[in-house]
Write a protein that binds this ligand. Structure first.
Ligand code: F0G
Length: 405
């Protein structure tokens, strides 16, 4: 395992207790500080003996490679989306398709590391609050590890595919009469009372695995650093993880340029984007978040301050997209590129279009949109926004009438 320590992101003190998720001294957010010295003598190709995927980057990860709980996560395609770049007027656009992960979202990158760490600590019960994907992923990795899992979901607001996964993988599914922020408050309380080991992204080990999406993008672009990386923002840990990976590559001298990290939120759930437009380092929580992109229907993002740091520090940007823009981008990806993503994931692509239209993205930029989850996660939204199906008698002439007019 790569040498590391957990420190407070706010006051900088070392945190020894492995079961806390906030600083015992100041209540601040935690983060992992990796010892990157061994990597300074290496080059990216030295890691290529391992196939592309999260565990290729083991020297950047704070858990033991030999004891990993893995379902072969990461190694997702980076598509060059030429039809969309042409449509948007952006020189080069790529989509990092996280829907190709084992449970269909980027969460598997964090969970392989988070659950491996939980097992190292001897945890017998893991849990999380979730808008859906985190719970689907945790349920699968807990099964793989042979430990119990409890998930707390906002009632009625979790897409069918995600709910089915959590149930299928055998988690105890608890539907909370409230939103994600309410469910997370309960999960955190259960963790403070040591009833479960918490694997929401407030756990500093989760984002460590999520760094791997950036390492893969760099490998796939042969270290020709893109100008901008666009990320949908909900609870705000993923854009922070991408930033942390960028800073680590900079520290070891593998990159000498930093991509502008750009966070996109849904209009009805946009505390980070609002803070960015007010140029503040902190955000105002929103009480009643609402959006078709249920994965990012979050008003009080735990890592919101970290996300803002990532955006400001890289000269990035943050804005909102509305539900129509999200659905339209989702359809465009499907129908022009053959890539199926869930609504929250399409927010990054909708954001690329909007920021190009606003002139924030230059026509000569090279842009990567991270598309975080698979279209099959949320079939109901797709069906509700598609043309109706043709009902047809069991008769070839009736079929011909529909097809040929
Ligand atoms: N995209 C998808 C598909 C997600 O599921 C999430 C978060 C995000 C983007 C936002 O990432 O929270 O790191 O800013 N889903 C969490 C969950 C909240 O419970 O599955 P973030």
């Amino acid at each position: 395992m790569a040498a590391h320590k957990v420190v407070c992101w706010d006051c900088g003190c070392d945190v020894e207790d492995p079961f806390v998720n906030t600083c015992p001294r100041c209540g601040g957010l935690l983060t992992v500080k990796m010892d990157l010295e061994p990597l300074k003598a290496m080059k990216p190709e030295d890691l290529h003996k391992e196939p592309i995927g999260v565990w290729r980057y083991a020297p950047f990860l704070p858990v033991d490679y030999d004891k990993r709980v893995s379902i072969k996560e990461g190694g997702t395609p980076l598509y060059e989306t030429k039809a969309l770049s042409k449509e948007f007027g952006i020189k080069e656009m790529h989509v990092k398709y996280e829907g190709a992960n084992p449970t269909g979202s980027f969460k598997d990158r964090g969970m392989t590391v988070g659950v491996s760490h939980a097992v190292e600590l001897g945890a017998k019960v893991v849990g999380c609050a979730s808008t859906g994907n985190t719970s689907a992923s945790l349920a699968a990795y807990a099964s793989k590890a042979g430990i119990s899992c409890a998930v707390f979901l906002p009632s009625g607001k979790v897409a069918a595919g995600k709910l089915a996964q959590a149930m299928f993988f055998g988690a105890k599914v608890i539907s909370i009469d409230g939103n994600f922020d309410d469910a997370l408050a309960i999960a955190r309380k259960m963790s403070e009372e040591k009833q479960l080991y918490l694997l929401n992204s407030i756990n500093p080990y989760r984002p460590e695995g999520q760094k791997s999406v950036l390492f893969e993008i760099m490998d796939q672009l042969k270290y020709d650093v893109p100008d901008r990386i666009i990320v949908p923002v909900g609870n705000a840990a993923n854009i922070w993880a991408v930033y942390k990976a960028v800073k680590e590559l900079e520290e070891i001298g593998w990159i000498d340029k930093v991509p502008m990290l750009t966070g996109i939120q849904a209009e009805g759930a946009s505390p980070v984007a609002k803070a960015f437009s007010n140029k503040t380092a902190d955000f105002e929580p929103e009480r009643n978040p609402e959006t078709v992109a249920t994965a990012i229907r979050i008003g009080n993002p735990v890592s919101g301050r970290k996300a803002l740091k990532a955006i400001y520090d890289t000269g990035g940007y943050s804005t909102t997209v509305n539900d129509d823009e999200i659905i339209s981008a989702q359809k465009m990806l499907g129908r022009r590129e053959g890539v199926g993503v869930e609504p929250a994931s399409a927010a990054s692509v909708a954001g690329a279009k909007k920021l190009r239209d606003m002139g924030i993205i230059d026509k000569d930029e090279r842009v990567v949109c991270i598309c975080t989850g698979n279209a099959l996660k949320d079939p109901d939204t797709i069906i509700a926004n598609s043309d109706p199906i043709f009902k047809c008698a069991n008769d070839i002439d009736a079929v011909k009438k529909i097809l040929l007019g």
